[in-house]
Write a protein that binds this ligand. Structure first.
Ligand code: PRP
Ligand code: MG
Length: 180
């Protein structure tokens, strides 16, 4: 593998426009407000920050920190919950928010855990729906962008903890693969 370069996939304007639309959808769906958004750290931090500011009804936020075993040799399908939700979700309108859906393990498994706690409603939001390597079925209620493949960084998404803090979304490309 050669040197990786970042190519802009969705710039700040495109992201802002999609996030604003999702915020409007949520505001319309819950006119009574009092929505609880639960962001999955670390990846969702930037999407959450922008999303809550585009929701015009009252909402509250909480965060969880989850890491999934992605090593192909470990097909346990288990999540490591490093920080669980701190607020009560019982009888609340809850939206679980992540930056990207890849295999689907994180959202599908944590959704099951949240449902045990009897929210009134539970919806799923992700900025990027990456469909090419799906293993667990995930039904997104709110989705920013759909892509098939590619290693995506920026806007909260990292490659080995790098590149989370950029305002745009980039795809990492191997220079060698573009030879000729
Ligand atoms: C990434 C991403 C999603 C998850 C998606 O998080 O932020 O939460 O993977 O992958 P999946 O659909 O295959 O489960 P990661 O566990 O890398 O941690 P991070 O958010 O701290 O970067
Ligand atoms: Mg994550």
């Amino acid at each position: 593998m050669g040197h990786l370069t970042k190519k802009v996939l969705f710039d700040e304007r495109a992201i802002a426009a999609r996030v604003a639309e999702i915020g409007r959808e949520i505001s319309t769906k819950y006119p009574e407000g009092n929505v609880l958004l639960i962001g999955i750290l670390k990846g969702a931090f930037m999407f959450m920050a922008d999303l809550v500011r585009s929701i015009s009804v009252s909402c509250q936020v909480d965060f969880v920190r989850i890491s999934s075993y992605k090593d192909a040799t470990v097909s346990s399908g288990k999540l490591d919950i490093l920080l669980d939700v701190g607020m009560s979700v019982e009888n609340r309108n809850v939206i679980l928010v992540d930056d990207i859906v890849d295999s689907g393990l994180t959202l599908s498994e944590y959704k099951k855990k949240l449902l045990e706690r009897k929210p009134r409603t539970l919806e799923l939001a992700a900025l990027v729906n990456k469909t090419g390597r799906r293993e667990k079925h995930v039904d997104l209620d709110y989705c920013g962008f759909k892509i098939e493949e590619g290693f995506i960084v920026g806007y909260g998404l990292d490659c080995d903890e790098q590149d989370r803090c950029h305002g745009s979304l980039y795809v990492l490309e191997d220079d060698d693969s573009t030879n000729g």
